[in-house]
Design a protein around this ligand. Structure first.
Ligand SMILES: Cc1cc2nc3c(=O)[nH]c(=O)nc-3n(C[C@H](O)[C@H](O)[C@H](O)COP(=O)(O)OP(=O)(O)OC[C@H]3O[C@@H](n4cnc5c(N)ncnc54)[C@H](O)[C@@H]3O)c2cc1C
Length: 529
């Protein structure tokens, strides 16, 4: 039998036997996983601990754009846009199976706005340099309506088309975990860091984590400890220094998912200025349309944030200004919220939409390294900077970063058809499971192409431990259509139970827990009680 790409039990045994690590990374979202890939590929002994599943936090809840950020260009943050556009190019090269060029159209209702956006987007193209993925152009009224048949036609002058990237965030996280493991890192989900350990001089020397499946505690000794816990960085900073200065201002962003027919087939909609001064996207995603997002300051951080009524109303209202017919609340197939780990500005006064999306890297007097803010798009660069800093802090042997050209697991330049694309070069191995077990070729739901073999693959090679791990972050169906994901759940949990050697009681617990979560992905009135 082939060696699994990641294996939880083997990794835990290795952790129990390892006396000293070079780097311990806390947090298995974009930031932590990127750091683990960077560190492991440079040859450092690396361990990464995630308290839930990989990307359970913000990193599965993004707009799924690999972008420079047209909005930040308008705000004059040229360096951020330049860096992000270059990182976009690197991500396209290193993970071509997960990212693709997406055409966006800004509908324009005056000649002046058409000229303004065209000039701005030409600058955007120019900033991308050799990493440009398409050429911005002006569209006539007829061309705009042909591309976006759902857009309101009254007083429409035309549009401006530009190109950015789209990717699958949670699948990228899983591939990063695999890439880190393939390069020798120990990566573990459902392992929560509960304590930092220090020497007599007050320097951080490691941490303790608890395996949440068994309750077993493990001590870890490491030359450098990195806090990459997104909106939770302040909890880890409190373990280091009670009463420390707050580092993160969380801001919630909500997305609604509706049928793709509300917009059109291939092109995405970009609304450059909403009533609250932000941008709103309508992006085709699988056979659905992703609408979002919002920017709502939030006091309490939660791993499963819930879309607020005001946010839902705002997105529907903004969409209704541009789309006809407009989606209504009853058309929502799924909705999800994520928390941006915005680096708190020093004066603390700006509205969250004005806080820079750049990242912030700090080292405490104890040596604890904390990185937060930033974007999925810039995860690689953030990781490079963090490891460069950790080399100094942990007095590690200096080694060059390799991730600019490092292929991410699944790397494949020949695109697979349909949803198989996101498995890249692993698609054949997933399908091969049906040779010895033909029943695994059965579809999990009549409206989706997903088959049983993908569930087995997710358990064996992607460290999926719960029903939610599979339906939310391996198959993405919870984020696409929550009601149908609940219909699919019994088949998926039965396959998982067989693979994980679990009994009927476990299956029932999983189904119950999943139902509770999935219900939050639908407005109450859309629930079939
Ligand atoms: C609505 C929205 C839309 C966005 N859209 C885009 C986009 O289109 N493109 C883009 O480039 N960026 C986008 N972003 C930004 C991007 O998603 C985030 O910058 C990124 O996902 C943050 O990743 P992270 O790893 O820092 O945080 P997270 O993904 O939250 O990861 C932190 C992890 O740390 C874990 N953790 C916390 N405490 C502990 C502990 N004690 N022990 C172990 N683990 C712990 C958590 O469980 C969590 O999984 C968007 C963000 C939001 C909110």
């Amino acid at each position: 039998m082939e060696k699994p790409l990641v294996d939880r039990n083997t990794t835990l045994r290795r952790v129990a036997e390892t006396l000293q690590w070079d780097l311990a990374v806390i947090g298995g979202g974009a930031t932590g996983l990127g750091i683990a890939v960077d560190a492991a590929s440079r040859g450092y002994r690396t361990i990464l601990l995630e308290q839930h599943d990989f990307a359970k936090g913000t990193s599965s809840r993004s707009t799924k754009l690999v972008h420079g950020g047209v909005r930040y260009l308008a705000m004059g943050d040229i360096r951020l846009v330049y860096d992000a556009l270059h990182e976009r190019g690197i991500l396209f090269r290193n993970a071509p199976h997960l990212a693709h060029a997406q055409s966006f159209i800004i509908p324009c209702y005056s000649f002046f706005s058409k000229c303004k956006y065209l000039i701005g987007l030409k600058i955007y193209d120019w900033l991308a340099g050799k990493y440009r993925i398409g050429k911005s152009s002006a569209l006539s009224r007829e061309e705009t309506l042909r591309s976006l048949p759902g857009v309101k036609s009254a007083r429409l002058q035309g549009g401006v088309r530009y190109f950015d990237g789209q990717f699958d965030d949670a699948r990228m996280a899983v591939n990063l975990a695999q890439t880190a493991a393939v390069h020798g890192a120990a990566v573990l989900n459902y392992c929560q860091v509960t304590e930092l350990s220090k020497d007599a001089a007050g320097k951080v020397t490691g941490l303790t984590f608890v395996d949440r499946e068994t309750g077993t505690s493990y001590p870890v000794t490491a030359k450098a400890v990195i806090n990459a816990t997104g909106v939770f960085v302040d909890d880890i900073l409190t373990m280091d220094t009670p009463n420390h200065k707050v580092m993160v201002r969380p801001s919630q962003g909500t997305h609604l998912v509706v049928d793709r027919t509300f917009l059109g087939e291939r092109d995405a909609l970009m609304i450059p200025k909403t009533s609250d001064g932000r941008v709103l996207f309508g992006v085709p995603w699988h056979n659905y349309l992703l609408l979002g997002t919002t920017d709502t300051p939030i006091k309490d951080t939660h791993i499963e944030p819930v879309p607020l009524d005001d946010e839902i109303a705002f997105i529907l209202k903004t969409a209704a200004d541009y789309l006809s017919p407009a989606p209504r609340k009853s058309d929502i197939r799924s909705m999800f919220a994520g928390l941006r780990p915005l680096a708190a500005p020093d004066d603390g006064e700006e509205a969250t939409k004005e806080i820079s999306r750049d990242h912030k890297l700090i080292v405490n007097p104890s040596g604890l390294i904390t990185i937060t803010g930033g974007k999925w798009t810039t995860y690689r660069k953030m990781a490079e900077e963090t490891i460069d800093r950790a080399i100094e802090t942990g007095a590690l042997e200096k080694r060059a970063c390799l991730t600019k050209t490092l292929k991410i697991q699944g790397h494949c330049t020949q695109q697979q058809a349909g949803h198989w694309a996101s498995y890249g070069s692993d698609a054949g191995r997933v399908r091969a499971l049906t040779v010895s077990q033909p029943d695994l070729a059965e579809r999990l739901h009549p409206d989706f192409d997903y088959i049983g073999a993908e569930v087995v693959w997710a358990v064996v090679n992607e460290m999926a431990r719960t029903l939610e791990d599979v339906l939310a972050r391996r198959l993405r169906v919870l984020f696409l259509d929550a009601a149908k994901s609940m219909e699919m759940a019994p088949k998926v949990v039965a396959l998982m139970a067989k693979q994980l050697n679990k009994n009927r009681e476990w299956e029932n617990q999983q189904l119950q827990a999943y139902r509770l979560i999935a219900r939050q992905y639908l407005p109450e009135e859309n629930l079939d009680t």
